[in-house]
Ligand binder design. Structure first.
Ligand code: ADP
Ligand code: MG
Ligand code: MG
Length: 249
């Protein structure tokens, strides 16, 4: 599904990703952990195709196709989803309206017809019920006044509706409360499928108590420095990142 080779990326001439090698086979959930500032968020943005990064070397194959030069919207249309891509609060736009626009933008990019309103409503209702997103939340302006847990729920709903082939979740260091943690892990587990790969980026071992990954990677100073099974997350929890920070610098 995803095969990254020797990926180097810079921001304003400063190299942040310094030779990433990473393979995520179809159907697997991989976690990336690592100290603050190691480049985890940068990797997620570079995979989603966000502007402002210079890819100076390397390759990103998605479904066997090189996407280094592919614009973000096309990557989204191909099935790459970055959670928190739209963490914005949009006062004038109802959550429901936003979700419909996101789904139709994806369909348009794929050359598919727009969803009819009844079809859209049916899909939203089914997914929203599973994720405990209330009708009241769907009518409220996007993310405005939403609690941390509600925002997460909304993002997971967006992910469920867009049915990505590769979902990237960057759990930023701002902290997940218990409610948000459960929402994210239940949502991810519900969307696990033999056709879907997931990359869960986290600073926190505790998230991986709930989302048991197939593989855990440790990222330090812009490289993947170690990979292992779920037990690697426990080892990191016990020992911290000190070994990697020194070794990678
Ligand atoms: P992580 O998610 O692992 O904490 P980041 O990808 O956020 O790491 O950041 C990696 C490094 O890149 C840090 O040193 C950070 O300061 C730097 N960095 C990230 N974004 C920018 C940016 N827009 N401009 C300049 N430096 C940045
Ligand atoms: Mg950080
Ligand atoms: Mg980060």
């Amino acid at each position: 599904m995803l095969s990254i080779k020797n990926l180097h990326a810079s921001i304003d001439g400063r190299e942040i990703l310094r030779g990433i090698d990473l393979d995520v086979p179809t159907g697997q959930v991989h976690a990336i952990m690592g100290p603050n500032g190691s480049g985890k968020s940068t990797l997620s943005y570079v995979l989603a195709g966000r502007e402002g990064y210079d890819i100076t070397d390397g390759s990103i194959l998605f479904d066997g196709e090189e996407i280094v030069e592919t614009p973000a919207e096309e990557r989204a249309a191909k099935g790459i989803f970055l959670a928190f891509q739209y963490p914005l609060e949009i006062p004038g736009v109802a959550t429901m309206t936003f979700l419909k626009a996101a789904m139709n933008a994806q369909r348009k990019a794929r050359g598919e017809a727009e969803l009819t309103t009844p079809d859209f409503m049916r899909r939203v209702k089914t997914s929203a019920e599973k994720l405990n997103v209330t009708q009241e939340m769907l009518r409220r302006p996007l993310n405005v006044g939403f609690s941390g847990g509600e925002k997460k729920r909304n993002e997971i709903l967006q992910m469920a509706l867009l049915e990505p082939k590769l979902a990237i979740l960057d759990e930023t260091d701002s902290g997940l409360d218990i409610d948000a943690l459960r929402v994210v892990s239940d949502g991810v587990n519900a969307l696990r499928s033999p056709d879907r790969s997931m990359l869960v980026i986290t600073h926190y071992q505790r998230l991986l108590d709930h989302i048991v990954p197939d593989v855990v990677h440790v990222m330090a100073a812009g490289r993947i420095v170690r990979s292992g099974g779920p037990e690697l997350a426990l080892e990191l929890e016990a020992n911290g990142y000190a070994d990697y920070v020194g070794a990678a610098a």
